[in-house]
Ligand binder design. Structure first.
Ligand code: MF3
Ligand code: CO
Ligand code: CO
Length: 285
């Protein structure tokens, strides 16, 4: 059997295109990249993703009160796993392409995808990103936050704050019937104005029915418009900003941990959003 992978917007034969269909088809005919039907979620699917988001946010809120100096990232992982199980949910990270834990914990010069470990302790002055993705009833929600341990160097604190502002700026740049490229353009500009670099190797992504769906959401100016943003699309924005250069490498030992080349600190914040007629709505508040 031949499976035809759908690459564009389709109106079922015999049905009349709605004004919504027509608006997408018009853009498609002009040569713009438009979402496939699966990328535009139904109200029912959006509510399912929102429910996954509530649990995901519960995990991050719980960590906000629990994380402290002297704790190991292994303990953080157990807290995430316990909360997830207690709420009838599943960690999307655990077993994903062989990832061994229930969340990612990325300290200081670790950009992302750090693997929790009982050997890794949090010290005064550390910054740590915890990235959690929860599956509830088959729906995915993905978010991450930074946590500051004790007395953090004001310069590092500023990196964390500006990175959070980049997420907010990306969120405002994303407009219905605008383009994915608007997001990275706005984020890149703001980051560079503040003297930081933006990691290019990793991006935000569609999510909801799978962990990673289209579109790719770059956080820098790609000089391409990218996919049309249509109400009902669900995706993350998750900028990674470096204090020094943008260059990163993957730890050869574990094959996961992404680290800054110059070993200067990096920060990241992430939310899952749904596009509405009025702009983005946060599903991981
Ligand atoms: N949560 C990450 C993201 O924002 C992906 C982590 S994949 C894992 O897309 F396997 F490392 F968990
Ligand atoms: Co994530
Ligand atoms: Co993500």
């Amino acid at each position: 059997m031949v499976r035809h992978h759908q690459h564009n917007w389709v109106v079922s034969p015999g049905t009349t295109p709605t004004p919504f269909d027509c608006r997408i088809l018009e853009m498609q005919e002009k040569g713009f990249i438009v979402p496939t039907n699966r990328l535009v979620k139904t109200p029912e699917q959006i509510e399912g993703i929102r429910r996954a988001g509530v649990i995901n946010t519960g995990i991050l809120d719980m960590l906000t009160t629990e994380i402290r100096e002297g704790m190991t990232t292994g303990e953080i992982d157990r807290l995430v796993a316990q909360y997830t199980a207690d709420h009838g949910a599943i960690s999307a990270c655990l077993g994903y392409e062989g990832f061994p834990k229930s969340c990612c914990t990325s300290i200081n010069e670790v950009v992302c995808h750090g693997i929790p470990s009982d050997e890794e302790e949090l010290f005064d002055g550390d910054i740590i990103n915890v990235d959690v993705t929860t599956i509830k009833d088959g729906y995915y929600a993905d978010a991450s936050r930074m946590f500051m341990i004790g007395n953090v160097d004001p310069k590092v604190k500023r990196l964390v704050e500006v990175t959070k502002e980049c997420l907010e700026i990306g969120m405002k740049a994303a407009q219905p019937w605008g383009f994915v490229g608007d997001i990275g353009k706005a984020i890149g500009k703001y980051a560079h104005e503040h003297g930081y670099s933006v990691v290019r190797e990793l991006a935000g992504h569609g999510t909801g029915l799978e962990f990673h769906e289209d579109p790719i959401v770059d956080h820098y100016d790609t000089r391409h418009r990218g996919m049309l943003l249509v109400p009902g699309m669900v995706f993350t924005i998750e900028p990674m900003l470096n204090m020094g250069g943008r260059e990163v490498f993957i730890d050869e030992e574990d094959g996961w941990t992404v680290v800054t080349e110059d070993e200067l600190p990096s920060a990241q914040w992430e939310h899952t959003f749904v596009m509405t007629e009025k702009g983005l709505d946060i599903l991981t508040h």
